[in-house]
Write a new protein. Sequence first.
Length: 324
Amino acid sequence: MERCVVPSVALRLGVNNLTNKNKSLVVYQSGSVDGVLTMVIQQKMVPGGLKGRPATNKRHLLFASWLLIAVISYFVAFQPLLKLPELPTIVITISLALFGLVHGTYYLGAGRTAAFFLLTLAVSWLFEYIGLTTGVVGTYYYTDIMGPALGGVPIRILFAWFTMVYPAYIMATLIAGRGGNWGKIALTAALASMIITSWDLALDPSAIDAGAWIWVDGGQYFGIPYSNYAGWIVTTFIIYAIYGFFDHKAVRDDEGFASTSAPVAAYALMMARYIINPIPPEVALIVFFAMGTPVLAALIRAAEAKPVDESRPGSGMTAPGRPG
């Protein structure tokens, strides 16, 4: 953005000519100080213009995100409570993964979401493979019901990592805020890793009961070793630290409640799942506090968030006279 101070006669003689010749320039803010016209000329994000997110309206992606939340709600709450037809568990994994991709495209941008997704798949596969082959977090293996695998790691598991990696990151950045130095990035990554690991306090016991994977030597927490949770912290911390370094200064088009609360709702639905149908029963109380606390903190911050500013360059509309 360039600030130009010119005589007010330029408004009559030059501005129209300037913007007509270069359609990628708009007068974004103007005013008069001591008889001098001050203009802020902003270059639009158009094909061939400045690098950035496309100047298109993507509200349909937000609608699709909430539609996926409704699908997940059916599986998590309505089906068990109202005894409706049961859907295969793979449906919830696919729906949550799609939610992360769709909402991420809206909230982070397509390029950043793709990078986040691929980074999650790569890092989670690497640490799963290390865990399976070395026993560093305890001896475990996946059973055949998990489907096709890559190096012993079910492909389904790789997508399952992303289902909660994305909401936990958005919640952590809501609570802690973005920006800051390396220390702030690391602390936010640590917070996000604890938020997602809280989910595994319910996931692992339930999955063991379902026969999805086996801990050969058992462990201190419902047959799961504490080292498993250390592995979760380390794996996700690396994902969040790498991604956070590139994302912490990125511009968000929409930080309103409808946008920022959607990932919180996705995470909260997973909490509700294990409260409604806890395995073992003790898990319900554990996840109520372990997952419920960050949910409330994130919702409080989401309620304070700014609504979508469709006048800001890059959001699809411009409004002369309104500061960016």
